[in-house]
Ligand binder design. Structure first.
Ligand SMILES: Cc1ncc(COP(=O)(O)O)c(C=O)c1O
Length: 389
């Protein structure tokens, strides 16, 4: 099956089409939205058609067991073909953030410490706090524009009595790191020593830079991986976040598994039938759509690296995965965060650094899952705003 990727759309055309999208509707019409993590590309046509069929028939009730089973089978094939893995049984859920909350509540004790590597996707902070666990932030180290895990620090923190879990994000949002087998094994060793549960959010697993390999945590040949819980979803890979479908790869450790399966919250956070249908079909596409998307994203990163950089006072983090660029804006009017400056002077809406790394207003996150002409306009605007300083 060959997928027809649509011709490039203008900024105005995307805006006119996306009248129900928070990404496009939060800011005034002249602002280029590069903040929340969804893509400007329409999802694969065949996948959408699966949802349209349900709507046409009015078959919009609660999902049947067969629908759930088909989703699971299509993901298992996807995992086998793309990562060479055979995920354990899956539990489908509405979204990854809901799943995180379910897992934290089910597998950790009240007030247990949960490690989050920073900078981090902000809902990790919120989910841990809302679950009334102790958020234990562990900063990553930035060495030559690349972030690495400070394993000594993780080990020291993990040794504390009350620390019971670590949330990993791989590929990492916002730094774009894709962790190596060696790095994951070092985490697994700490987890084994300290009886830590690893919760690995792999929602960005399909979005990798050329030459980068994603290693699913569940594929580690390590004793502690039986106590790991992996989360994934077609929502980032195929741009269907609004359809509400994701899954938990249940751990093989039977006690942990039954705690998750028995969670009353699981029943309250079910995937939708449209999400399951579209997700099932998306995982059955042969990758042409995704390959084209990856190429556009890679080109966009190259455009930004060519167009902006040290000469402008911008440090761009090396990226291995995701479509998110983590940057540092050193030159800006005093008292203004990078977010404020880019919004007010360049009319580009980015993710504010402080959301990901409290106390770091110089950072910003730029979403590059956009058409190249839009990215070129972003670059020009940022360039001009900096030149006018
Ligand atoms: C790392 C990560 N996890 C989870 C999510 C949200 O996923 P969901 O919409 O399934 O909750 C995002 C969205 O940006 C993300 O980047």
């Amino acid at each position: 099956m060959t997928l027809q990727f649509p011709a490039e759309e203008s900024f105005a055309a995307v805006r006119a089409r996306r009248t129900h999208s928070i990404k496009w509707q939060r800011y005034p019409a002249d602002v280029l939205p590069a903040w929340v993590a969804d893509m400007d590309f329409p999802p694969p046509k065949e996948a959408l058609e699966a949802g349209i069929t349900l709507l046409d028939r009015g078959d919009t009730g609660y999902p049947s067991p067969d629908l759930v089973m088909n989703y699971q089978l299509s993901y298992q094939d996807w995992a086998k073909n793309n990562f060479g893995t055979q995920p354990n049984s899956l539990a489908t859920v509405a979204d990854v953030v809901a799943a995180l909350r379910i897992i934290i509540m089910a597998v950790t004790d009240p007030r247990a410490g949960v490690i989050v590597l920073t900078p981090s996707y902000p809902p990790f902070f919120r989910v841990v706090n809302d679950a009334e666990r102790e958020l234990v932030p562990v900063p990553m180290q930035r060495i030559n524009r690349r972030y690495t895990i400070d394993f000594d620090l993780v080990a020291r923190v993990a040794a504390k009595e009350h620390v019971q879990a670590i949330i990993l994000c791989n590929p990492q949002n916002p730094t774009g790191r894709v962790f190596t087998r060696n790095e994951l094994t070092m985490i697994a060793e700490i987890a084994e020593r300290e009886r830590l549960i690893v919760i690995s959010d792999e929602i960005h697993q399909d979005l990798r830079a050329p030459g980068t390999v994603h290693i699913p945590y569940s594929s580690l040949d390590h004793e502690s991986s039986s106590r790991a819980v992996v989360l994934a979803s077609p929502s980032k890979s195929f741009n269907i976040a609004g359809l509400k479908v994701a899954h938990i790869e249940l751990p093989s450790d039977t006690e942990l598994r039954s705690r998750i399966e028995g969670s009353p919250l699981l029943a309250l956070s079910q995937a939708t039938s449209i999400g399951l249908s579209v997700g099932t079909q998306a995982y059955r596409t042969e990758g042409d759509w995704l390959a084209e998307v990856r190429t556009i994203i890679d080109e966009n990163f190259n455009l930004v690296i060519k167009g902006l950089g040290d000469q402008d006072g911008i440090t761009i983090t090396e990226r291995e995965g995701t479509y998110l660029l983590w940057g540092e804006l050193l030159r800006r009017p005093s008292g203004q965060s990078a977010y404020e400056f880019l919004l007010n002077r360049a009319r580009v809406a980015v993710g504010p650094g402080e959301d990901y790394l409290p106390g770091a207003p110089e950072f910003f996150r730029l979403n590059l899952a956009a058409w190249p002409s839009v990215v070129e306009t972003m670059i020009e605007r940022i360039h001009d705003a900096l030149a006018a300083l």
